[in-house]
Write a protein that binds this ligand. Structure first.
Ligand code: ZN
Ligand code: ZN
Length: 180
């Protein structure tokens, strides 16, 4: 998504776009490395306003992905939906002195730079999507995962290994007490 800077005035205006995940290099790499599968386009809606010395870009990005649960390995769908506000300044990151960067950090704002006549949002959009994808995906908070001994999916059935596991844990605890 590109925004023509000349179009940005004090009055906010909105833009929407739908782009295939494959058109973002970071997302396409995540997909080819098996981190997730994108089931549809990346949708972006942003509102842009000119403010003082910067352009405020706020909005949301969303995408539907298929993830593999890190506990039970089952695949499931999740909607990535992230909201953001980014302040774009003209120039490059080298123009910012250290003091200013610290100040921005304290206010927890994302600041970025543009040069030329357009703000290219592609990188920010793909970062927002990538950050919305969990590092350890879970099909549900209560997912019981696979039995480490027999590999059975403990969400679907129980196995006799479970009891042994519990008793092992208790005996380890007992040993610990004795050794003290
Ligand atoms: Zn699971
Ligand atoms: Zn088992």
């Amino acid at each position: 998504m590109n925004i023509n800077v000349a179009r940005i005035q004090d009055k906010p205006f909105s833009l929407q776009s739908e782009e295939p995940a494959e058109s973002f290099s970071m997302l396409s790499r995540m997909q080819s490395e098996g981190e997730c599968i994108f089931n549809g386009p990346v949708r972006s809606e942003v509102t842009v306003t000119r403010e003082f010395d910067h352009m405020r870009v706020s909005g949301r990005v969303s995408a539907e992905v298929t993830l593999a649960c890190s506990r039970c390995l089952a695949s499931y769908n999740e909607e990535v939906d992230s909201h953001f506000t980014i302040f774009f300044r003209k120039g490059t990151s080298q123009d910012v002195d250290e003091e200013e960067e610290i100040e921005l950090g304290e206010h927890d704002l994302i600041s970025a730079f543009y040069s030329g006549d357009e703000i290219d949002l592609s990188h920010e959009i793909e970062e927002q999507v990538a950050m919305g994808i969990p590092l350890k995906p879970l099909c549900s908070e209560e997912c019981r995962g696979l039995c480490p001994t027999c590999g059975i999916d403990m969400n679907l059935s129980a196995c006799s290994c479970q009891r042994e596991q519990t008793s092992l844990k208790f005996s380890a605890l007992k040993d610990f007490k004795v050794s003290r």
